[in-house]
Design a protein. Structure first.
Length: 250
């Protein structure tokens, strides 16, 4: 093999290698990121799910046997919408001995007090073990509304729920935390909402207090057909019981 051929072969090898490296980097950048984080269950032993009508008719006995300690059930959305499965899911979860909470999907374009009234009517007569949760996220909400407007409506809803005697929790993702929660609610203090954070990084929200962490959108559990959201509590089973007992039940 002469020198010219050797040089050409060497250049070809370098070019092919560079293309392979670039292709691998592009694939890693463009591939869908799995909305799931595996957790150390010795550190985070308390497992929970959040359920709506989109999950069909879950078997809460199977979920309980699989180690699910709590379930947040969608009750309402906006001014008037009610989740069609809430009443059935509430009864089934309580019969299975699962700790039960209710959540409301917050609409940016609806009055906060009217949203609070909708949620309170939806859970009327229910014995809830956990704070009422408000799901605050940009996804499925109209764009273009000013942040102060959304925050004012959220503050109004939180105020109405607290005036009715309920402890409140705000569910959101990182973007929602920095846009709507940070600087507006002192999460972690006794008189302000607890934080339920959706995050697919560990830790979920560094240096910020959180109580619940939704760490998966694609878990599979016995008793639920298809994917189900998975959550964990920030502490031990004893810590969870102490937190749960601090909730004002209705």
């Amino acid at each position: 093999m002469n020198n010219t051929t050797s040089r050409r072969l060497g250049i070809a090898i370098v070019v092919v290698t560079a293309l392979l490296v670039a292709g691998l980097g592009l694939w890693r950048a463009l591939r869908p990121h799995k909305a799931h984080v595996e957790l150390d269950r010795e550190r985070y032993p308390v497992v929970g799910v959040d359920i709506s009508a989109h999950n069909g008719l879950p078997d809460f006995d199977s979920l309980s046997h699989a180690g699910v300690a709590f379930a947040y059930l969608k009750a309402s959305e906006g001014n008037a919408f009610r989740d069609a499965a809430f009443v059935r899911n509430y009864a089934a979860a309580r019969n299975a001995g699962v700790t039960v909470g209710a959540y409301h999907f917050f609409r940016f374009d609806c009055d906060g007090r009217r949203q609070a009234a909708n949620l309170l009517e939806a859970v009327n007569g229910c014995t809830l073990d956990l704070p009422l949760a408000i799901d605050v996220e940009e996804h499925a909400n109209p764009a273009g509304l000013a942040t102060p407007t959304v925050v004012a409506r959220l503050e109004a809803m939180v105020g109405e729920l607290r005036a009715a005697g309920y402890k409140v929790m705000i569910y959101t993702n990182k973007n929602g935390y920095w846009r709507f929660v940070h600087g507006n609610f002192d999460v972690g203090l006794p008189d302000d909402p607890d934080l339920w954070i959706c995050s697919f990084s560990d830790p979920p929200l560094p240096h910020r207090p959180w109580v619940l962490w939704q760490h998966s959108h694609c878990s599979r559990l016995p008793g639920v057909k298809g994917d189900v959201d998975l959550n964990t509590f920030n502490g031990s089973h004893a810590d969870f019981e102490a937190w749960r007992k601090g909730t004002i039940n209705r």
